[in-house]
Design a protein around this ligand. Structure first.
Ligand code: 5GP
Length: 114
């Protein structure tokens, strides 16, 4: 399997603005932000899409949401509201095939989304 851009970021082969890092997870500012706060929460384990999740990944996915919650608090968007999104496959807009949770905040979001 070819390395994705996120593996290169995790391995410091290309630069990024890191906002959180643990043994299992890294969070970075999105290079093309769709909101004033747009952060990607990325597991270091390579999982191409949510369709590839296994039962043993349950704790890791839970930790990603806990990281997102804490970053939302730290960035001050928790009270007004923020959006958490996993795009799954091309039809939903996934472009990097290494799962990542989008955290977007700092503006109003519409629902239903287009
Ligand atoms: P997807 O479309 O797969 O759900 O989201 C991929 C996200 O990765 C996009 O929002 C895109 O802007 C972001 N992205 C792509 N390449 C880079 C990069 O090199 N650095 C950073 N920080 N974000 C990237």
């Amino acid at each position: 399997m070819n390395e994705t851009i996120f593996t290169k970021i995790i391995n410091r082969e290309i630069p990024s603005q890191i906002v959180f890092e643990s043994e299992e997870i890294i969070a970075i500012n999105d290079i093309n932000p769709q909101a004033p706060v747009h952060i990607l929460i990325i597991p270091k384990k390579v999982i191409p899409t949510i369709n590839d999740l296994k039962p043993e990944d349950a704790e890791l996915i839970g930790k990603m949401f806990l990281v997102a919650k804490q970053i939302a608090i730290d960035k001050g968007v928790d009270k007004d509201g923020y959006r958490l999104v996993f795009n799954v496959n091309e039809g939903a807009g996934q472009t990097v095939f290494h799962i990542h949770l989008h955290l977007m905040g700092g503006r109003k979001f519409n629902w239903p989304a287009g």
